[in-house]
Design a protein around this ligand. Structure first.
Ligand code: ZN
Length: 154
């Protein structure tokens, strides 16, 4: 495994649409491992492939010590609304409030190429939506209505 460099806002790679994964190769698995390691090293809740410069529909999310590996994720159901603070490893030092569904169901492939469905609410639902947005070149700052700079303590 290896840490990858996280690209920051202003880098055009964050604004591109990612390509579907057609075949899961050893490189795909390496990328999943590296995304998880890089996310943990940066104390993040999620990390998407474009954030390390790779335009593939791959992301990882970790909430409550549970790691979710998403390949070609699609949100197939949303319910309710939540409005809370969000941040992004590619937009360091800032946060803003974003509306997200309270509940989502996400279809994706796991690392074995099996179709899986994740049901998520609260923070996990928020993290899934945030990471899947990355795969379409969307950043949370596009949706937040009050971006602020974080204090040292936050
Ligand atoms: Zn992000």
């Amino acid at each position: 495994m290896a840490l990858r460099n996280i690209v920051e806002e202003g880098d055009p790679v964050l604004r591109k649409e990612c390509k579907e994964v057609k075949e899961i190769t050893p490189r795909t698995l390496q990328l999943l491992d590296d995304l998880a390691e890089t996310m943990r090293d940066a104390n993040g809740v999620g990390l998407a492939a474009p954030q390390v410069g790779i335009l593939r529909r791959i992301a990882v999310v970790e909430v409550d010590d549970e790691l979710y590996e998403l390949i070609n994720p699609e949100i197939v159901l949303t319910e309710g609304d939540q409005y809370d603070d969000e941040g992004c490893l590619s937009v360091p030092g800032k946060a803003g409030k974003v509306h997200r569904p309270e509940y989502v169901e996400v279809n994706c492939l796991n690392r074995f190429g099996e179709e899986v469905t994740y049901e998520a609410d609260g923070l996990l639902a928020r993290a899934f939506c945030h990471e899947i947005d990355h795969l379409d070149g969307v950043l949370y700052i596009d949706k937040a209505d009050n971006i602020r700079y974080l204090d040292e303590e936050e």
